[in-house]
Design a protein around this ligand. Structure first.
Ligand code: APR
Length: 247
């Protein structure tokens, strides 16, 4: 009996670069968000305590852009949804992004490790809730019916990323790790490739507009726009799996 090696599992890490061609800003590109506002003012608990209105306004504008604008998934998001549908093993997308473009493209096995723009969290009852509208001090928590307690369900610098146990378990056992559209500056995501390399079994690939800060840690680096690189990589990965299955 010819033993077909199991197809193995795939973990895909995405960052702001995968959503750039959908019209959403990245953070550290020359025209990125951090070129316009200071991280300390809008993406830290201290900044929120200092001036909650400024932080709410920053996320209200990004929430409006996502929920009311013409922002759509691009071919890179759609290709990852195809990979999940057609790959014979498990695929997990771990995104640093807080937009909902992976979901809207059809990806279902997805972890938002930095939270979600279209959810809010009450600081009293802590439940994340779907929320597409603006938040201000009069916003009422539907759970505990207090006002002034709702904040973006977004992980700020100094806060703990979400579902790290599940992410690290998936990195430990995967046979392919792909990093897409991230600059490799922010941990723990920037350290995932090292965790995979230490597990010693996976191929590691970076797909990015330009080599990231951690590019030298990957077995393979491909540079270009995600909307071109990702569909081509998914096609190649699926057709090589099909060939192996037919051996
Ligand atoms: N296709 C592929 N990659 C792209 C594209 C594109 N069209 N456009 C930009 N990129 C790349 C850039 O070259 C850069 O390496 O995407 C990366 C974006 O990097 P950042 O702006 O640093 O975004 P990201 O890596 O997701 O930031 C990580 O930092 O500020 C925090 O919480 C925030 O989740 C974010 C985290």
């Amino acid at each position: 009996m010819h033993q077909v090696s199991s197809p193995g599992s795939i973990v895909v890490l995405t960052g702001a670069g995968i959503s750039k061609e959908s019209g959403l800003d990245t953070f550290r590109d020359h025209d990125g968000l951090w070129a316009r506002v200071r991280i300390e003012d809008v993406a830290t608990p201290e900044g929120y305590r200092r001036n909650p209105q400024r932080v709410q306004a920053f996320y209200n504008a990004r929430r409006r852009e996502l929920s009311q604008g013409s922002v759509e998934p691009n071919p890179a998001h759609l290709a990852l949804a195809r990979l999940e549908r057609e790959w014979p093993g498990e695929v997990l997308v771990v995104t640093q992004n807080i937009d909902d473009l992976h979901e809207r493209a059809g990806t279902s096995r997805l972890i938002h490790m930095h939270g979600e723009l279209l959810k809010v969290r009450c600081e009293r009852c802590a439940r994340p809730l779907p929320w597409a509208a603006d938040i201000d001090e009069s916003s009422l928590c539907p759970e505990c019916e207090r006002t002034g307690t709702l904040r973006p369900h977004v992980v700020w610098f100094g806060e703990v990323p979400l579902e790290m146990d599940r992410i690290l378990a998936a990195l430990e056992k995967c046979s392919l790790f792909v990093s897409i559209g991230t600059s490799g500056h922010v941990y723990p995501a920037a350290g995932f490739v090292t965790a995979v390399r230490e597990a010693g079994r996976a191929r590691t690939v970076e797909l990015n507009l330009e080599p990231s800060h951690g590019a030298s840690l990957f077995h393979e680096v491909r540079t270009g726009p995600a909307s071109e690189l990702v569909p081509a990589f998914v096609e190649e990965t699926l057709s090589s799996a099909a060939q192996n299955a037919n051996l």
